[in-house]
Write a protein that binds this ligand. Sequence first.
Ligand code: 0RA
Length: 637
Amino acid sequence: MNEKNSGVYDAQQIQVLEGLEAVRRRPSMYIGSTGSQGLHHLVFEVVDNSIDEAMAGYCDNIRVTINSDNSVTVKDNGRGIPVKEHPQQKKSALEVVLTILHAGGKFGGDGYKVAGGLHGVGLSVVNALSAWLEVTVSRDGEKFFQRYERGVPVTPLQSKGKSAKTGTMITFYPDPEIFEEINFDFQILNQRLREMAFLNKGIKIVIEDRRLNEIREETFKYDGGISSFVSYLNKNKEVYPKKPIHLEKELNNCRVETSLQYNTGYSEAIFSYANNIRTKEGGTHELAFKSALTRLINDHARRLGVLKENQDNFQGEDIREGLTGIISVKILNPQFEGQTKTRLGNPEVRGIVENILMDGLGAYFEQNPPVTRKICEKALQSARAREAARKARELTRRKNALEISNLPGKLADCASKDPAESELFLVEGDSAGGSAKQGRSRHFQAILPLRGKIINVEKARLDKILNNEEIRALITALGTGIGNDFNIQKLRYHRVIIMTDADVDGSHIRTLLLTFFFRYMEPLIANGNIYIAQPPLFKVTKNKKIYYLYREEELEKLMSEIGRQGTSVQRYKGLGEMNPEQLWETTLNPDTRTIIKVDLQDAIEAHEIFTLLMGEKVEPRRKFIEDHARDVRNLDI
Ligand code: 0RA
């Protein structure tokens, strides 16, 4: 090597090490966090590269394996990462991709790079944050291998013989020095990979978990793309039209795909994506979707005479009642904005999507009058209910913050007016409510007993929901309002704790409450304000010593420790069997109780669970409960 070259090489080597070091010093800047979210992000970052290769038309098969040691392998049948020496860097293109920040997109020139992780970073970040990473590339009739540790190559790029195939296989083990815990969650990977398969039609994605005795494997391949996605979200529901309305078009380098279908329910489920990334905060594509639909349906409602001359136009929300819809765009330079960088900002996208939808959906509505009429009529019902709901809602509003008389009569409020320290217990039944009122710490704990039935919000419109005594009391006690009026600043208790019996009725009431929170006060769940109390299942007494047990399994264990002789076991059938002191000791006292925070991992999953648990069809619900009966303790929806 001549002097000049080795100089360049050294300087570059230093740059590479500095780059990797920057990633390792501040990992959250690149992957969001070093907790579970960041850990799983590593997998998605690698998969994104294979998806890019698939979108460029060179790959249709991706396999993700969680190995028994918790390392992960991502294998695809693309062209394989190039291995020839990179002319400027004096090392293989593969090494450049794996060690230089942001190198990913710069290769392959014509590459239509549209997938992209949270921060648009590539394989080098995964490499830098892995204790080890091994890559195998098959291309040019040969198989190549190289190993890295903490981002640095520890073997040369070596040939492993001939290969007739092409593709890339990357196995990595996240660095325990960086991550809090190396434990992959099958559900998280499963959910996202299924979503990826919906968003990229025809690509086969397999996920395989080899950590258990029995290997678990699922395959996703959807030739209908997002139309299959809509059918999936609407499964078990009565729908119209029978097949989702589907539209796919490209204009000015912007690929637009949309699919929608109504069901006879009352909630709206619209999911938007830009370059395969879920845009939770919406953006120009979602705005365009909504405004095109609103304009078209209002037009048709006039033409069909569903809306009379003296009536106001429908509002967007009227038209979206019972709607399940996906809008997915793929563009060259997505701008992600908003608090969580999940709002699409590109202004040009709005006009493009609106154009495509006005034309395409317009033609559909034109050609399918029965469907169009049905949509218009449903919107009319919804508009009427909205008006009734507005009136009912007035009743649940406090006139001003000082007016306590508006609080529900059965609420035993706490003395503190500081929401940050205040807790509200939603307690099943009058007798438990009575014990809780006596046993609580009045200063910061409020009790709202729930006597009557809580309405199933999946099966009723808002006006009817707001006529329900228990729901009204709940809304007034919380102070936030609901739906569009929801304001978290007005929340009167930062912890809202659901306390129901450990039986079938109790779990039903809990699900009804969670469904209500999810549909009408979602920010409470997202913000981590909703909890589930854990009352004990058993009280065991021996020699005046009392043990409270919270799980079935603990009983046998304790019995073998203390012996059965002279031991009395009481199984609590309900909260009402505990006296106030016991209730305080076991379930209310922050120093001794356990409460589970309800955490909404994924809106799509939650949507799925709630429609199943609360929806019209009985059979799938029974099956779901049977399948998940054992997991119910960990209902961390
Ligand atoms: C750069 C250029 C080319 C392919 C890739 C990268 C590539 C990267 C990954 C990562 C995982 N799977 C992948 N598959 C391909 C194109 C090279 C050519 O022109 O042949």
